[in-house]
Design a protein around this ligand. Structure first.
Ligand code: HEM
Length: 456
């Protein structure tokens, strides 16, 4: 019989209650942390080979169970029986800096907040974020066109997504505080994955906690002003007016927590995915040209505004972006904590156990994705997708916690592709391939050197 545990009693299970599950916990205390950090993909693949799709490991001070493959993704993400807590999985990683964000809430409370936030992601508000995104992207591509030659793609993309987030999330009239707010966010996001978890002076975590104080002060001061002013097309103004089912406004604390989390959720994921997308196009000139032909066929001159409807008419671009997300999913693994006992592939796992699923592994399973390391957008034609497990491609997760910003991300990627490809050609130096660090969020170790030149 399955046992339901209240979250307050969710201590990790005793070590020997998991020893029936095959695995290797490595050295005392550090466990397998260093091996996993050195080569996250290779480490999981080696464990799969040795132990199969359910194995025990020990990382960051706790024994956990990895569940691999599409069925595992479905079990944990779809979570029909409410067996897996996202809050208790992500809490140790994100809880200090982004407490009470949407992903750090569970079940009924999560559903109610998700419904309230969803208003800000409906087509009306999305169209106005899009107008700002389009303007910002067009201006940035114009400046890149004026400075052809070698550029470091990752930092340039990071700056772009940050600047775009400032306008579409906070509003075009945020004013001189924007630099300070952006810096506070960068410090918070960097600290979320810092190895030293205590906010000691001089550490990333110390800077992150200071950044959070600045952000909390900014939002606290702005909420009453935005509410009094009313209207406003940006995400923050939308949340200031959003109401729960009973008509009550979100509390100030809820707005602060949701805004901080949303900006974090959008920032590194978009930077990572747009960088890998352009990196793949630079390495695959034939596909780059196919996409350029597609965006050029949309019509107007190279710096004209992209319309919302044109985004629907970019099937090859959509497939290429999906393929980039397959190769380098910005969230390569996802943690949960079981709140009930469960059984998977014949293994009984007690409630309280920390669980991990792994999109990066699933996205490279050769039986689903032949020649898994090859960039091939044709994997996402309707025909090719037919019959594929629906949890075989999960860059945005799935089920109750599926990415709320999925359409926002696709919209930004297509808008970027349109302006970038109509104006610039991108290439890599002969023989050069950037090395990527794949965890916690994929990023090229050297920033990814590309060459850009105006389209002739
Ligand atoms: C390519 C870009 C993005 C990727 C790959 C991505 C990926 C993900 C994934 C995998 C999750 C679920 C994690 C889990 O279940 O453990 C998630 C959740 C979330 N994402 Fe995204 N994300 C992206 C962009 C964005 C953007 C642009 C926004 C906001 C505008 C956003 C907002 C959120 C939110 C609010 C959640 C929590 C949803 C919930 O718990 O109900 N994401 N994202």
């Amino acid at each position: 019989m399955s046992m339901v545990l209240p979250s307050s009693s969710l201590n990790p299970p005793k070590r020997n209650s998991l020893t029936h599950i095959p695995g290797d916990e490595g050295w005392p205390i550090i466990g397998k942390t260093l091996a996993a950090l050195a080569d996250p993909k290779g480490h999981v693949e080696a464990n799969f080979k040795k132990f199969g799709p359910v194995y025990r490991t020990h990382m960051f001070g706790e024994t956990s169970i990895s569940l691999l493959g599409p069925e595992a993704n479905e079990l944990v993400l779809f979570d029909q029986d409410k067996r897996f807590s996202s809050e208790l999985g992500w809490g140790p990683i994100l809880g200090l800096l982004f407490p009470r964000g949407l992903m750090l809430r569970d079940f009924d409370e999560h559903r109610a907040h998700r419904k309230t936030l969803s208003v800000a992601f409906k087509s009306g508000p999305m169209k106005s974020y899009f107008t700002e995104l389009d303007k910002g992207i067009a201006a940035r591509i114009r400046s890149w066109t004026q400075t052809p030659g070698e550029m470091l793609l990752y930092p340039a993309m990071k700056q772009l997504t940050l600047d775009l987030a400032a306008t579409s999330f906070l509003g075009a009239d945020i004013g001189p505080e924007v630099t300070e707010i952006n810096k506070a966010f960068i410090d918070m996001v960097a600290a979320a994955v810092a190895p030293i978890r205590r906010p000691l002076p001089g550490t990333q975590m110390g800077r992150g906690v200071k950044g959070r104080k600045r952000i909390v002060a900014y939002f606290s001061e702005q909420i009453p002003l935005r509410r009094a002013k009313g209207g406003g097309d940006d995400l923050f103004s939308q949340l200031c007016q959003a109401t729960h089912e009973d008509g009550a406004l979100l509390s100030n604390q809820d707005i602060i927590d949701h805004m901080s989390f949303l900006m974090m959720a959008a920032h590194d994921t978009l930077t990572s995915s747009l960088t890998s997308f352009v990196g793949e196009l630079a390495a695959n000139p034939v596909w780059q040209q196919k996409l350029r032909d597609e965006v050029t066929a949309l019509g107007p001159a190279a710096d004209a505004a992209v319309t919302f409807d044109q985004l629907e008419a970019m099937p090859l671009t959509e497939m290429a972006f999906k393929e980039a997300l397959r190769l380098k999913p910005p969230v390569p693994s996802m943690p949960r904590r079981a709140v009930r006992d469960f059984t998977f592939k014949g293994f009984d796992v007690p409630g309280g156990t920390l669980i991990g699923i792994n999109p990066l592994f699933t996205h490279h399973m050769a039986e689903i994705w032949p020649e898994p390391d090859r960039f091939d957008p044709l994997r996402f034609t309707e025909d090719a997708q037919r019959g594929r497990h629906r949890f075989a491609w999960v860059p945005f997760g799935g089920g109750a916690h599926m990415c709320l910003g999925l359409h926002f991300a696709n919209m930004q990627a297509k808008c970027f592709a349109r302006h970038f490809l109509q104006n610039l050609e991108v290439s890599l130096a002969p023989g050069y391939r950037a090395a990527w660090q794949m965890w916690p969020i994929p990023k090229p170790r050297d920033g990814l050197r590309v060459n850009v030149k105006p389209v002739t």
